[in-house]
Design a protein. Structure first.
Length: 201
């Protein structure tokens, strides 16, 4: 996939954009750029596949609700992630028309990507890219969300086959909030890292 047009579109919407051929190259970039900061992580298979927590934790204070330091609760770690200087997330869908789509269960990731940090980085494998907003939303609901539900062993219809959203009313439903960014929010810096590899869901 050629990122040229997408990069130009995203830059016109206020994002910084940088492209990499491999996840390793992107991880090297972030490891070098983020030093001596407090860093929050959103739940992301992409970030886990890249080994970013372990790398960044060597020279930053990193807070991720799936990595609980001794004596800290998930809620405490999530609060520190929300107050961090830097926030890292992936996306559930990125439209070639510029929309950034995310679905969330607890709301911590969505709230953090919207406000409160010096810099937010979206790390995006090319499998997350869709033609337009409707396609990106469809991808988020019917590809990413069911696979994530299955990954966390949710007791939902979509987790059985990880095939599509059943728009259920199950108490274990993990898709409870939706954000669509039409452009970079006016507070802080937002950078989208595009990678020529398939990463995450």
């Amino acid at each position: 996939m050629d990122f040229t047009k997408l990069k130009a579109k995203l830059e016109s919407l206020g994002y910084g954009v940088i492209c990499f051929d491999t996840a390793d190259d992107a991880a090297d970039y972030l490891d070098e750029k983020i030093r001596g900061k407090t860093v929050g992580f959103g739940g992301s298979v992409t970030l886990e596949q890249m080994g970013l927590y372990d790398r960044l934790a060597l020279h930053n204070d990193v807070f991720y609700h799936n990595r609980l330091p001794g004596g800290m609760t998930r809620a405490e770690v999530s609060a520190k992630a929300a107050a961090a200087q830097i926030y890292l997330s992936s996306v559930n869908g990125l439209a070639e028309t510029g929309e950034v789509v995310n679905i969330d269960g607890f709301g911590n990731r969505i709230s953090s990507i919207l406000f409160g940090h010096e810099t937010v980085y979206f790390v995006v494998g090319e499998n997350k890219i869709a033609a337009d907003c409707a396609a990106a939303l469809n991808r988020a609901r019917n590809i990413a969300a069911p696979k994530n539900a299955q990954r966390v062993k949710a007791k939902t219809p979509c987790a059985i086959k990880a095939d599509k959203c059943y728009d259920c009313e199950n108490p274990g439903r993990i898709c409870r909030a939706l954000s669509i960014l039409w452009g970079a929010p006016l507070h802080g810096d937002f950078e989208i890292i595009l990678i020529h590899e398939e990463l995450g869901f």
